[in-house]
Design a protein around this ligand. Structure first.
Ligand SMILES: *[C@@H]1O[C@H](CO)[C@@H](O)[C@H](O)[C@H]1NC(C)=O
Ligand SMILES: *[C@@H]1O[C@H](CO)[C@@H](O)[C@H](O)[C@H]1NC(C)=O
Ligand SMILES: *[C@@H]1O[C@H](CO)[C@@H](O)[C@H](O)[C@H]1NC(C)=O
Ligand SMILES: *[C@@H]1O[C@H](CO)[C@@H](O)[C@H](O)[C@H]1NC(C)=O
Ligand SMILES: *[C@@H]1O[C@H](CO)[C@@H](O)[C@H](O)[C@H]1NC(C)=O
Ligand SMILES: *[C@@H]1O[C@H](CO)[C@@H](O)[C@H](O)[C@H]1NC(C)=O
Ligand SMILES: *[C@@H]1O[C@H](CO)[C@@H](O)[C@H](O)[C@H]1NC(C)=O
Ligand SMILES: *[C@@H]1O[C@H](CO)[C@@H](O)[C@H](O)[C@H]1NC(C)=O
Ligand SMILES: *[C@@H]1O[C@H](CO)[C@@H](O)[C@H](O)[C@H]1NC(C)=O
Ligand SMILES: *[C@@H]1O[C@H](CO)[C@@H](O)[C@H](O)[C@H]1NC(C)=O
Length: 485
C-alpha cells in the first residue's frame, strides 16, 4: 500500500475567505497557505495506461474508487458551512475545479493531493456542525503506482469512506470530474476517446436536477482535446444520465458522458471527461451543471458574464474577400435592425442582464464620405496616404525613427459641421434613439498602423478623432467614457 505521509500536502484557500482557519496543523512542517490567483496554466498531461474492460483495451489516466464501504447514516448535521472543498493532483489542474467558483464568487478551498497521500482536512468539529458544503474531486486524484497497484486514488479507501459518511451526515453532494466509468458510478466504460482530429460532441441531456444553471439540453459541444470515456449505465436504479456523447468514429451509438448517482441518500455527479477550463469552452459550459447541482442553486455571490461585442472601424470603407477586389461601407439600413434586435436578445437573457454592442468610430471615414458629396465644404479634405505594408510580427520600432504620413498642416482638427453633416451615416448616428442604443469608443482618425508610426502621426490620430467625436455629438452618447475627454 502507499504510505500516507502526514502534513505533506499543499493547501490553499480562496481569496474570498479570511485566512482564519487552518485545517491541518503541524508543528513539524508549516503549512503552505497560498492564495490562488486564477492563473491559467496548462495542467501537465498524465500519461495513460491500458486497462482491459470487458475485453476492450481502454487507455486511461484516471481511475475509479473501489472497495469503499459507506455506513448508512441518517442526516443529523444541523449547521453547514457552504465552502466547497476541492481535491486536485496539482495547482494547474485545480483551476478546472475553482475557476467557475471564482466566476460566481463562491468560497472554496483547494487541497493538493500528492501521490503519497494526505491527511484530510477536519470535515466536522462536532456531530452537528459541518465545515464544508460540497466536495469536488478531479481525476479521482489518482496516480500510477507502478506494479500491482496500478492507477489508483491517492485518497485512501478509509478517507473516501469518511468523505462519504460526511456526505450522508450533512446532506452534502460530491462532484467527480474526469472519472473512469465503473460500478462506483453505476456504469461501465465502452472505450476511451478520441484520437487527434476525431470529434465526439458532448451535450447535456437532462438538466432537471440543476434548473438554476439555465443550460440548454441537446446542444452539442466539442470534446477535441478533452480525453474522455464513453460509458454505459449498468445500474439504472441509482444512476441517471445527465450528459451524452454523440456517435462518432468507433462509437456507433450515443453513450453516457455524465451521471448523477443516488446511493440511498449519498449523491454524486460524475463526469467521464477531463475538464480544462483554462482553454476549453466546453468545460466552461459544462461546469455550470455541477456548480448549480452541488450548491443546489444556493450560493453566495452571483454569476457575472461580461460579453463585449465591439464593432470596429465604423465609417471606414473596408476591402472584402468576396467578391474579390471590392469594398464595403456600412449603411444606415444595415445598422437599423440592430437597434431593434438588441432588446430582443436582452428579453431572453436572465433578469439583470444588459447587453449592448459597442462601436469604434473613425472620423476620417465620415470626411471621405462627405467630400464625395461636396468636396468644397470639406476644406483640406480627408487624410490620405499610400497603403501601409505590415511590419514583421515581432517588429520593435527604434524610438525616434519613422516617417510622418500625415500632412504638415493643419495641426488641429479643421472640419466644420457643414462638411460632416453631409454623410447620411453620420445623420443616422446623430439620432439619439440610434446613438444611445449602442456604446461608443474612439478608434483613431484614419486607422493608421501604429507599429512604425511617428509621435506626430499618433498624436493627430488620437486628438483629431476626439475633436470629431465631440463635434458631431457621438461623445454625448449615454454610453461613452466622457471623463476621458
Ligand atoms: C489523459 O490522457 C489523455 C490522452 O493522452 C490526455 O489527452 C489527457 O490530457 C490526460 N489527462 C490528464 C488529466 O492528464
Ligand atoms: C478490492 O477488494 C477486492 C476483494 O477483497 C480485492 O481483491 C481488491 O484488490 C481490492 N481492490 C483495491 C483497489 O483495494
Ligand atoms: C466557514 O469557513 C470559513 C473558512 O474556512 C470560516 O472562515 C468561517 O468562519 C466558517 N463559517 C462557519 C459558519 O463555520
Ligand atoms: C463528524 O461527523 C461524523 C459523522 O459523519 C461523526 O461520526 C464524528 O463524530 C463527527 N466528528 C466530531 C469531531 O464530532
Ligand atoms: C511510476 O513510474 C513512473 C515512471 O518511472 C514515475 O514517474 C512515477 O513517479 C511512478 N509513480 C509513483 C506513484 O511512484
Ligand atoms: C432527469 O433527471 C431527473 C432528476 O434527476 C430524474 O428524476 C429523471 O428521471 C431524469 N429523466 C430521465 C429521462 O432520465
Ligand atoms: C449497456 O448495458 C446494458 C445493460 O447491462 C447492455 O444490455 C448493453 O449491451 C450495454 N451496451 C453497450 C454498448 O455496452
Ligand atoms: C484583384 O486586384 C489585384 C491587385 O490589383 C489583381 O492583381 C488581381 O488580378 C485582382 N483580382 C481580380 C479577380 O480582379
Ligand atoms: C519603418 O519606418 C522607416 C522609416 O519610414 C522605414 O525605413 C522602415 O522600413 C519601416 N520599417 C518597417 C518594418 O516597416
Ligand atoms: C453635447 O452636450 C453638451 C453638454 O450638454 C452640449 O453643450 C453640446 O452642444 C452637445 N454637443 C452636441 C454635438 O450635441
Amino acid at each position: 500500500m502507499k504510505t500516507v505521509q502526514m502534513f505533506s500536502h499543499l493547501f490553499f484557500k480562496s481569496t474570498l475567505l479570511a485566512a482564519s482557519v487552518s485545517l491541518v496543523n503541524s508543528a513539524a512542517e508549516s503549512e503552505a497557505l497560498v492564495v490562488p490567483t486564477a492563473v491559467r496554466t496548462a495542467a501537465a498531461v498524465v500519461s495513460t495506461v491500458a486497462a482491459k474492460v470487458n475485453n476492450v483495451v481502454i487507455n486511461t489516466n484516471t481511475t475509479t474508487v473501489a472497495n469503499v464501504t459507506t455506513v448508512a447514516a441518517k442526516t443529523v448535521g444541523t449547521t453547514l458551512n457552504s465552502t466547497v472543498l476541492i481535491f486536485a493532483r496539482d495547482t494547474a489542474s485545480a483551476y478546472s475545479g475553482f475557476s467557475g467558483l471564482n466566476g460566481y464568487a463562491i468560497p472554496y478551498e483547494v487541497v493538493i493531493v500528492p501521490a503519497d497521500g494526505i491527511t484530510l482536512p477536519t470535515l466536522n468539529s462536532s456531530e452537528t456542525v459541518g465545515n464544508y458544503g460540497a466536495f469536488v474531486v478531479l481525476s479521482e486524484v489518482s496516480y500510477e503506482y507502478n506494479g500491482t497497484e496500478g492507477f489508483q486514488s491517492a485518497i485512501s479507501a478509509a478517507q473516501w469512506a469518511e468523505l462519504y459518511q460526511y456526505q450522508l451526515t450533512f446532506g452534502v453532494r460530491m462532484v467527480r470530474l474526469d472519472v473512469f466509468p465503473s460500478g462506483d458510478s453505476g456504469t461501465e466504460a465502452i472505450g476511451g476517446c478520441c484520437a487527434t482530429g476525431i470529434e465526439q460532441l458532448i451535450s447535456i441531456t437532462n438538466a432537471t436536477a440543476f434548473p438554476t444553471a439555465g443550460l440548454k439540453t441537446g446542444a452539442g459541444m466539442s470534446t477535441q482535446g478533452l480525453w474522455h470515456y464513453p460509458a454505459n449505465i449498468t445500474e439504472p436504479e441509482y444512476t441517471t444520465e445527465i450528459a451524452q456523447f454523440a456517435a462518432t468514429t468507433g462509437f456507433d451509438d450515443v453513450s453516457t458522458a455524465a451521471v448523477i448517482n443516488d446511493f440511498s441518500g449519498r449523491q454524486q455527479m460524475v463526469f467521464f471527461t477531463g475538464f480544462a477550463t483554462d482553454w476549453s469552452p466546453t468545460s466552461n459550459f459544462l461546469q455550470h451543471a455541477w456548480i448549480h447541482w452541488v450548491t443546489r442553486g444556493v450560493y453566495t455571490g452571483f454569476r457575472r458574464v461580461n460579453l463585449n461585442t465591439q464593432v470596429d472601424d465604423m465609417f471606414l470603407e473596408t476591402d472584402i474577400y468576396y467578391p474579390v477586389n471590392t469594398t464595403f461601407t456600412i449603411a444606415p439600413s444595415d445598422l437599423a435592425q440592430h437597434v431593434t434586435w438588441m432588446p430582443t436578445v436582452n428579453a431572453y437573457l436572465p433578469p439583470g442582464s444588459d447587453w449592448f454592442m459597442e462601436v469604434g468610430h473613425n472620423g476620417n471615414g465620415n470626411i471621405e464620405d462627405a467630400e464625395d458629396i461636396n468636396e468644397r465644404k470639406c476644406g483640406v479634405g480627408s487624410i490620405e496616404y499610400a497603403d501601409q505594408i505590415d511590419t514583421p510580427l515581432e517588429f520593435v520600432k527604434p524610438p525616434g525613427t519613422g516617417t510622418n504620413l500625415w500632412p504638415e498642416t493643419p495641426a488641429t482638427y479643421p472640419y466644420t459641421t457643414s462638411c460632416t453633416d453631409l454623410d447620411d451615416l453620420l445623420q443616422w448616428w446623430q439620432k439619439p434613439a440610434n446613438l444611445n442604443a449602442f456604446a461608443h469608443v474612439s478608434h483613431t482618425f484614419t486607422h493608421e498602423d501604429q507599429d512604425n508610426a511617428t509621435y506626430f502621426d499618433v498624436y493627430r490620430e488620437l486628438t483629431w478623432n476626439q475633436a470629431w467625436l465631440k463635434q458631431v455629438g457621438i461623445a454625448n452618447a449615454t454610453k461613452f467614457s466622457k471623463d476621458l475627454f
